[in-house]
Design a protein around this ligand. Structure first.
Ligand SMILES: Nc1nc2c(ncn2[C@@H]2O[C@H](COP(=O)(O)OP(=O)(O)O)[C@@H](O)[C@H]2O)c(=O)[nH]1
Ligand SMILES: [Mg+2]
Length: 159
């Protein structure tokens, strides 16, 4: 039984649901009101994993594709990359995100959250655009669907 400290950064375009996913996971709440995140806000969550205690620090980084803050992300143990399944262009931009992440963070454990699964529009079209060979979890921060699994999958990859 060990205590393990790990840091996760949450990346993706503005408005895809990064803050909403983290709020759902950490505080089990959701808001429809859109408040853009300013700066980076670390949130903490402690959980049990395989008999160990994992202390997560989750950085909800105010995201922009060309602006992967090295100060927040360079020592990340894992990356949660979020895309918006109700916007087809959000899936297309994933390949660019993956390129930037691999250039700056190397071969870091990564899971893509294909978020807003509760919005049916464009769903299949968007799914077809997502890169292959990457672990993808279809989530809804609104309903909470698969949010727990998303973090479990990433933690399993990290540990
Ligand atoms: N329907 C739906 N809306 C969502 C979901 N996740 C986030 N949103 C909404 O999308 C908007 C942007 O979310 P936010 O978490 O602020 O995005 P961020 O800029 O990536 O942090 C907000 O109005 C949220 O309420 C979801 O799973 N389903
Ligand atoms: Mg945000």
């Amino acid at each position: 039984m060990a205590i393990i400290d790990r840091k996760i950064v949450v990346l993706g375009d503005s408005g895809v649901g990064k803050t909403s996913i983290v709020q759902r996971y950490v505080n089990d709440r959701f808001s429809d009101n859109y408040r853009p995140t300013t700066g980076a806000q670390p949130l903490k969550k402690t959980l049990e994993h395989g008999g160990d205690t994992v202390k997560l620090v989750i950085w909800d980084v105010a995201g922009h594709l060309l602006n992967l803050h090295p100060a927040y992300s360079s020592d990340a143990d894992g990356v949660l990359l979020v895309c918006d399944m109700s916007r087809v262009e959000s899936a297309e931009v994933m390949k660019r995100w993956l390129g930037i992440i691999s250039a700056k963070l190397g071969n870091v454990p990564l899971v893509i959250a294909a978020n807003k699964s509760d919005i049916a529009e464009f769903h299949q079209k968007c799914a077809n655009q997502l890169p292959t060979g990457v672990h993808i979890v279809v989530t809804s921060a609104k309903t909470g669907s698969n949010v727990e699994k998303l973090f479990q999958d990433l933690i399993s990859k990290i540990l």
